[in-house]
Design a protein around this ligand. Structure first.
Ligand SMILES: NC(=O)C1=CN([C@@H]2O[C@H](COP(=O)(O)OP(=O)(O)OC[C@H]3O[C@@H](n4cnc5c(N)ncnc54)[C@H](OP(=O)(O)O)[C@@H]3O)[C@@H](O)[C@H]2O)C=CC1
Ligand SMILES: CC(C)CCC[C@@H](C)[C@H]1CC=C2C3=C(CC[C@@]21C)[C@@]1(C)CC[C@H](O)C[C@@H]1CC3
Length: 685
């Protein structure tokens, strides 16, 4: 909202109550003659009744007579124009003005040319930082607190809502201006969304402007008046924006309502997540729970077959072969060992995202240490010639043991969640459907003392388990194929995935804000996913290579390494950008990035990787996933399962994450989607 519209509000308010023409002319002449002076302070103060009052009338009818014909901007002028269908303003250059259609032809900085009406164009001055009026003392004098302080004079300190409704002569405006004291005008607040996209360096006009208004609806208007005067002197057109239009412009009325009722963006809002049925509800959950374990055994079985083509399914085992108590014992021992490492008091403490209670849980970050200890233990076992190939020989039974443990864990989690308070439950966990909540998980952060079950299973059990099984496959390949050293394919698959896990463990702190740790309940989906699916299904390429040797040339290997590096760079830099931005949105190293302030207080990145697509980290992840499949050659589809699975998982995840974001950011998320239309791959999806 610029000064014109604020003036318009002033006129409209008082016009309604009093004599429209008189007041419009009064303001107009006051501005032209610059005779309005504040007595003591020499400042102008704009204030008024509650600026969020929707009942105010439109001013355009009342002030139509003040509109002047002719273009306000000249060819070549720079200005800010509203992007059609949004409330975003971008810098433009005026190319020409068509008096017939009354439209300006404008050029946006990205090269887009468009015809735009004048009311959608604002002078750059409105967005520029105010020089001269920014001294700290002056800023302080504009603060809401001070202006409302009871110690102040009635005119200065009057709460906007208490503006007296008397006759024009005794209205604050007349009285004050006649005394030459203070000009009071009614303000319409700036909507933070109106000042969104701009580079985030310290000089950023838009952000500062928006911040100024967020901080104080009672503002000093000297600079704006100067700008306004200049516009009049220059015989440019006065444009008034209808107040109704101001709010009607927004596509989502609820958002406006929220903004009006709660104009001050609140930092660290913990959004109340509305329950939403995912995975097709109870039916979908049942299907997933019943199909995933057999699918895994099928995949493992196909890897172990000589002919791994999908239609050559011939089970040499029965489901009874899946069980062996000793294997279950070893698996339980493995998990116990990982738990011990998890509880080691080494490594820094990090804090999770704020919970519904406002509390933040602390997590010990020692995944890398745990991986190191496991590495040392494996080396010792190998040194003492302990047969680690036992794991390969009983892979199905290990997978089945892990599945059983995940079912026991899910049952325990479900039972204990009955004691959890509503605040401790996830959004999906509040559903009353037993199957659905068993699958999705009810409790958000189930803990036994300091032992966080979900965090442990996602980081230690899943990731360390994954690289361990990969390593076992490497040993098995050497053993079965009588190799002195592992094949290039096996080394590359192991190296790529180890590198990915090391990256995840190194950046473990950022995992605390991932969908699963921060928002998902802990139920069968994550218990099975972490204890079973990640270690046994994600290592499928390595499992395939054990019995299906693939020779790859250096050229192919080089291409695969390049592809993995390319994916990793996208994955890593996108995650780094977001994590650094979430840690400190004012980080000077990110000043080149554009962002969208949001009404919930946490801005959204809108340039860099996050301006390229809405989920650049998923794009990088998917590129890497396919790169990990390529060393397995093209003889079978089986080793490409991971590529298909992860692509599907992340596409589905997009809709889940976006649903959350739409709930949290509402209208601002739509704006982001408008700015960045593609989710994962530009022009495709
Ligand atoms: N290999 C695998 O099997 C899997 C890997 N992953 C990987 O794990 C990582 C975490 O995944 P996940 O939690 O799903 O997703 P993200 O790390 O992408 O997190 C999504 C959150 O980021 C924030 N966000 C979204 N857009 C923006 C933006 N423009 N600017 C600033 N913040 C934004 C929002 O949270 P808020 O605004 O509340 O901060 C949103 O909820 C990813 O790198 C993913 O690739 C995930 C699943 C499976
Ligand atoms: C088989 C089930 C129906 C679905 C299982 C889904 C799980 C395999 C994934 C859900 C979210 C995951 C995350 C990761 C691994 C896969 C699962 C458990 C990461 C730990 C992978 C490494 C990243 O850096 C972080 C991921 C968080 C989410």
């Amino acid at each position: 909202m610029n000064i014109n519209s604020r003036m318009a509000m002033f006129i409209s308010e008082d016009s309604k109550k009093h004599h429209t023409g008189t007041w419009c002319l009064f303001l107009y002449s006051s501005l032209c003659r610059t005779q309005v002076r504040s007595g003591r302070s020499g400042r102008y103060i704009l204030s008024g009744p509650s600026p969020y009052d929707l009942s105010r009338p439109s001013c355009s009818d009342i002030c139509a007579d003040l509109r002047m014909p002719g273009p306000r901007f000249s060819d070549g002028d720079s200005a800010m124009a509203r992007w059609p269908g949004s409330n975003l303003y971008f810098e433009i250059q005026i190319l020409s003005f068509d008096s017939g259609s009354q439209l300006y032809s404008v050029l946006f900085k990205d090269g887009t040319e468009m015809n735009i009406k004048e009311s959608d164009i604002r002078s750059l001055n409105i967005f520029r930082p105010k020089r001269g009026s920014a001294s700290p003392s002056r800023r302080r004098s504009r603060s809401r607190t001070r202006s409302r302080s009871p110690g102040r004079t009635p005119t200065q300190g009057r709460s906007p809502a208490r503006t007296p409704k008397t006759d024009p002569k005794s209205s604050p405006v007349v009285r004050d201006s006649r005394k030459g004291d203070i000009l009071k005008v009614h303000l319409t607040p700036l909507k933070p969304q109106d000042f969104i996209v701009e580079t985030r360096n310290g000089k950023d006009a838009i952000t500062r402007h928006a911040k100024l208004y967020r901080e104080s609806p009672v503002i000093q208007a000297e600079e704006e008046l100067k700008v306004y005067e200049k516009q009049i002197k220059n015989q440019k057109v006065l444009r008034y924006i209808q107040r109704k239009e101001y709010f009607a412009e927004s596509e989502n009325k609820d958002v406006n309502k929220k903004f009006i009722l709660n104009p001050e963006p609140t930092r660290n809002i913990v959004p109340v997540e509305k329950p939403v049925v995912e995975f097709g509800g109870a039916i979908g959950a049942t299907l997933v729970m019943l199909s995933m374990p057999p699918l895994l055994y099928y995949l493992l079985h196909m890897c172990a077959q000589k002919d791994a083509s999908l239609w050559n399914f011939y089970p040499h085992w029965t489901f009874r072969d899946l069980w062996e108590s000793t294997v279950f014992g070893y698996f339980a021992l493995w998990i116990l060992l990982l738990e011990l490492f998890y509880l080691l008091p080494i490594g820094p403490i990090a804090h999770g995202v704020p919970l519904a209670t406002g509390k933040r849980l602390s997590y010990r970050i020692n995944g890398l240490f745990a991986l190191f200890f496991i590495g040392v233990l494996v080396a010792v076992l190998l040194y003492y010639k302990i047969n680690l190939l036992y794991v390969y020989q009983h892979l199905h039974q290990f997978a089945a043991s892990a599945t059983l443990l995940s079912v026991i864990l899910s049952a325990y989690l479900f039972v204990r969640s009955r004691k959890a308070s509503q605040e401790e439950l996830s959004a999906a966990g509040k559903s009353r459907n037993f199957i659905y909540t068993f699958f999705m998980g009810r409790e958000l952060n189930p803990r036994i003392g300091k032992f966080d079950l979900k965090h442990f299973s996602a980081v230690h059990a899943a990731l360390i388990g994954w690289v361990f099984i990969n390593f076992i496959m490497l040993l098995a390949e050497m053993d079965i194929q009588q190799l002195e050293s592992p094949s290039a394919s096996m080394i590359s698959v192991n190296a790529f995935q180890l590198f990915y896990v090391l990256h995840a463990l190194w950046n473990q702190e950022s995992m605390l804000s991932s969908l699963d740790i921060a928002h998902e309940g802990f139920g069968f989906m994550l218990a099975f996913g972490n204890l079973v699916w990640v270690p046994f299904a994600y290592s499928l390429q390595a499992a395939y290579l054990v019995k299906h040797p693939v020779e790859i040339s250096w050229a192919v290997l080089g291409a695969v390494v390049a592809m993995n590096t390319f994916g990793y760079i996208i994955f890593r830099s996108a995650n780094n950008q977001k994590n650094a931005f979430r840690r400190n949105p004012e980080d000077p190293r990110l000043s080149y990035l554009k962002s969208i302030p949001t009404s919930c207080g946490s801005p959204l990145l809108a340039s860099g990787w996050w301006g390229f697509v809405r989920h650049p980290n998923y794009l990088g992840d998917i590129i890497m996933a396919w790169a990990w499949c390529l060393p397995c050659g093209f003889n079978d589809v089986l080793p490409y399962f991971y590529g298909f699975f992860l692509t599907g998982l992340l596409i589905h995840r997009v809709s889940r994450v976006e649903h959350r974001c739409r709930q949290k950011y509402s209208h601002d998320w739509d704006k982001y989607c408008h700015l960045v239309p593609y989710r994962i791959l530009p022009y495709v999806y």
